[in-house]
Every structure is written in structure tokens, then in C-alpha cells.
Write a protein that binds this ligand. Structure first.
Ligand code: 4AD
Ligand code: MG
Length: 441
């Protein structure tokens, strides 16, 4: 068992952040709280790499400089133990970032047992995910999660600057947004309920109050297939706007993606280096192709599918390799879309909707379009698709009380992070991934 020290005096000392300490001048005395990320002994000198929430710094303990008890503790301390360390900042070209802490005080706050994540123990990626509660301390995992955090933070900034109102929608629902095949059912005091697939229907109610809204919350899909881009629980960023057309929404999507990718590249320069990703933020506008054009590209590469079917993943991946920046596929057939999509008045067989695709084979990251705002048209569509009109009664009701033409979209945070970070598998984009085969830790 790890040992929590009795002496809590470290709680009262003023401590510093590693990222700030790395900017301090030589001779400054600082104290840090953090974890032992690595340790080595060269002769009589003990070197530890200390990690806190903001970064890494090398600290060195040496007889004559470091207090005797402190040096003892440094020799004893194990990987990933939590510690308090104090000493003088020195410039040293050999140290990472050119700074080193010459240790005077060193206190073990929580001694770790032998760290189980070693190179020889990692026999498959699933080992790292079985131990995700520990492996998230690794440099690569931290960098990806930091990039994710910045993308989310800048999305909120973007929508706020654009005058959108942040709402929260329920996660326990009875009206299914994206079809029955991927619903998680649950018993709700004797009635059937589902985990939400999307907040869209609730956003559509909220726009009559706030006009422009956005939501960031988990979405659930009982995805039966094991793929590199599907999770069963993921986070979706959705926006809905009254009096807006499908074209307005594509423009909003372009501006969002360009804003947040520019922002993340600026803020997470180091993280991109750690994960080895060369990422260039795309500038708006993004190219647009139609469903028919996308189908022709797929067929020219030997992937056949019937007109009216959704574009299969393998086709999506091949098409997306033809592009250098994100692009839209527009004009999806009614039969490939959910019930709420508005038909294109120029060709009633297709919808006023699009998928935002990413290049390099990463595929779809967002879906958006114009919604049906007319009561009778929606009623007819629900009936044609054999959907239970009772569970959509409130959603239909909106169409009786001044719902104007409106459009919106939803972007999957994990799909976005996967593309931005250039990751093989979507599970690396989230703290504790949920897939068909994983619900633990
Ligand atoms: O394309 P989807 O199903 O569209 C909707 O849910 C709309 N109601 C959104 C809206 O218009 N407000 O899902 C939107 C996005 C996808 O493009 C994808 O990025 C992500 O959510 N997504 C998933 N991400 C990870 N795992 C899954 N199983 C996902 N399913 C959808
Ligand atoms: Mg979609």
C-alpha cells in the first residue's frame, strides 16, 4: 500500500507550477508539488523528472547541496510517487528546456508501488486501455487529452463570440433522434426510455426562445460494429439556428473548424510535437461535392453501393483520401437520412443536408442540414418511415407554434480529435473510452 505521510506541512508551503518555473531566472528558490515521471542515478547524483499538471522539469539531488533526509528520500522514491520538492533554479544546457532544480528539500507525499506500465509489460494496446486509469499519465495520452481540451475550450469561445446560447439537454429520453438500431434501452419505472443519441430535437425547441443555441454533451449509440471510429459513448457539439438555411450552417461549420484548429495549433505546439503530428489548420471555404459525385468516385475505385444507401465507411475513407482539407458531401438521399431532414425543393428525392468529411481517410466528423418545420410534412415523413408519432408529439407540437425554417449540425468531438491528432483509433481521444468490448475502467 502506498504510504501517506503524517506530516502535512507541505500543504502550507507556497508552491509553483512547473511551466512557470521553467521561465524563472537562475538562483530563484521554488517549491513544486508533482509526481516522479522518471528517475536515474549517475554516480552520487539522483536525477528525477517531475511532472505536474503543467509540464515536466528535471530536479537533481546531490550530497552537500541537498539536505541529508531529502537525499535519502530521493534515493528511495519510486516512479509515480507524489512528492514535494524545493530548491534553486539553475540554467543547464543538458537539462530538458535548459533548466534544472538543484534540490534542497524533498518530501514523499504518497509513495507508489512498483509501476506496472513498463515497456516489457505492454504486449498489446489493450493492456494500456485495461490500465487506462494509470496510462493516462503518459506523455502521449496527456498531449492528446490537452489538445482535446483546447478544441473544446475554443469551440465554446467560438459559439459565445457568435452570439449562441449554451443549453443543456436531457440524456434520458423517449424520442429517438437517429433511428432505433443504435438505441440503448432502459427501464424507466416500468416505461421504456433511451439514452440520448443527440440533443438536436431539444435544440429545435430551444431556438424559439434563444434563436441560436449550442450544446456539448455525451451521446450514446449501441454501435454493434467494432471499428476504429465508433464509440458507444461520445461527446457531441451541436448547434441549431432559427431562420438559417443549410448553406448558412455549412458556413458556420467551416468557420468553427477553422477557428478551433487554428487556436489549438497556436496553443498546443508542444503537444503536437510529442505526438509527432504535423497538422495544418484548414482555411474556409471547404470544397463541396454531391452524393452522386462521391458515389462516382467510390465506384471508380471499385466500391459499389446502390443509389439511396448511406455511403459505406470504406467508400468514405477512399473518397476522403482524394482531399487535402475538409470537404462537404451534400445532397444525401431521403432514404439515407433520419426523418427530420428537409427535402430539397429542386429534387425531392434528396435532402438539404451534408456530412463534413476530413481528409487523409479519417472520414465523417459532422452531419448537418435544414429540418422540416412544417407540421403536415413532418407527420407524413414520420408515417412513411413507420415511426411512432406519439413519441414525437411534443416535437410535432413545435410545428404548430411558430417554428421558422431552421438548420443545425452536430460534430463528434472524438472524431475531430482523431483527425487533428492523426490517430489510428478513436479510443485514444477520450479519457475512458466506451466501445462494444470495453466499459471498464
Ligand atoms: O451524424 P450523426 O448521427 O448526426 C446527428 O446525431 C445529428 N442529430 C446532429 C445534429 O444535426 N445536431 O452524429 C453527428 C456526429 C457524427 O458526424 C460523428 O462525428 C459523431 O457525431 N458520431 C460518433 N462519434 C463516435 N462514435 C459514434 N458511434 C458516433 N456516432 C456519431
Ligand atoms: Mg452522420
Amino acid at each position: 500500500m502506498s504510504k501517506i505521510i503524517e506530516d502535512m506541512s507541505w500543504l502550507r508551503v507556497r508552491t509553483h507550477d512547473v511551466s512557470k518555473v521553467l521561465k524563472s531566472s537562475e538562483g530563484e528558490y521554488v517549491r513544486l508539488l508533482g509526481w516522479i515521471a522518471s528517475k536515474r542515478m549517475i554516480g552520487n547524483i539522483v536525477f528525477c523528472l517531475i511532472r505536474d499538471g503543467s509540464g515536466f522539469i528535471q530536479v537533481a539531488g546531490k550530497k552537500g547541496v541537498t539536505d541529508e533526509n531529502a537525499l535519502d528520500a530521493m534515493k528511495r522514491v519510486s516512479l509515480e510517487s507524489a512528492v514535494m520538492v524545493g530548491g534553486l533554479i539553475r540554467d543547464d544546457k543538458r537539462a530538458p528546456k535548459g533548466k534544472e532544480l538543484s534540490v534542497k528539500e524533498f518530501q514523499i507525499i504518497s509513495l507508489a508501488e512498483k509501476w506496472p506500465i513498463t515497456k516489457s509489460a505492454i504486449k498489446s494496446p489493450s493492456f494500456l486501455y485495461d490500465n487506462r486509469h494509470l496510462s493516462i499519465r503518459g506523455r502521449k495520452a496527456r498531449s492528446i487529452l490537452r489538445i482535446r481540451s483546447e478544441l473544446i475550450y475554443s469551440s465554446i469561445e467560438f459559439f459565445t463570440k457568435q452570439g449562441f446560447f449554451l443549453i443543456n439537454a436531457p440524456t434520458l429520453v423517449q424520442s429517438a433522434c437517429e433511428g432505433g438500431a443504435t438505441l440503448f434501452n432502459l427501464d424507466y419505472f416500468g416505461k421504456i426510455a433511451y439514452l440520448t443519441q443527440s440533443a438536436q430535437l431539444y435544440e429545435e425547441a430551444a431556438i424559439c426562445s434563444f434563436e441560436k443555441v449550442f450544446v456539448l454533451q455525451p451521446a450514446f449509440r449501441a454501435e454493434k460494429s467494432k471499428t476504429a471510429k465508433h464509440l458507444t459513448e461520445f461527446w457531441m457539439l451541436e448547434a441549431e439556428q432559427a431562420f438559417a438555411t443549410h448553406d448558412d450552417i455549412m458556413k458556420l461549420e467551416e468557420e468553427l473548424v477553422s477557428y478551433i484548429t487554428n487556436s489549438v495549433v497556436e496553443k498546443c505546439f508542444e503537444e503536437f510535437e510529442i505526438i509527432g503530428r504535423k497538422f495544418s489548420p484548414p482555411s474556409a471555404p471547404f470544397p463541396k461535392i454531391t452524393y452522386d459525385e462521391a458515389r462516382n468516385i467510390a465506384m471508380s475505385k471499385g466500391i459499389e453501393f446502390e443509389w439511396g444507401e448511406d455511403i459505406p465507411t470504406e467508400a468514405e475513407n477512399i473518397i476522403s483520401k482524394n482531399f487535402e482539407k475538409p470537404f462537404f458531401i451534400t445532397g444525401y438521399p431521403i432514404s439515407a437520412r433520419s426523418f427530420y431532414h428537409m427535402a430539397d425543393p429542386r429534387d425531392e428525392r434528396v435532402t438539404l443536408s451534408s456530412d463534413l468529411m476530413t481528409p487523409e481517410g479519417y472520414g465523417e466528423i459532422a452531419t448537418g442540414g435544414q429540418r422540416i418545420h412544417d407540421y403536415n410534412t413532418l407527420m407524413e415523413r414520420l408515417r412513411k418511415q413507420d415511426l411512432p408519432t406519439e413519441s414525437f408529439s411534443w416535437y410535432l407540437d413545435l410545428r404548430r407554434y411558430g417554428l421558422p425554417p431552421h438548420s443545425g449540425f452536430g460534430i463528434g468531438i472524438e472524431r475531430l480529435v482523431r483527425w487533428v491528432c492523426g490517430l489510428k483509433h478513436i479510443r485514444a481521444t477520450t479519457l475512458f473510452p466506451r466501445t462494444i468490448t470495453r466499459i471498464n475502467p
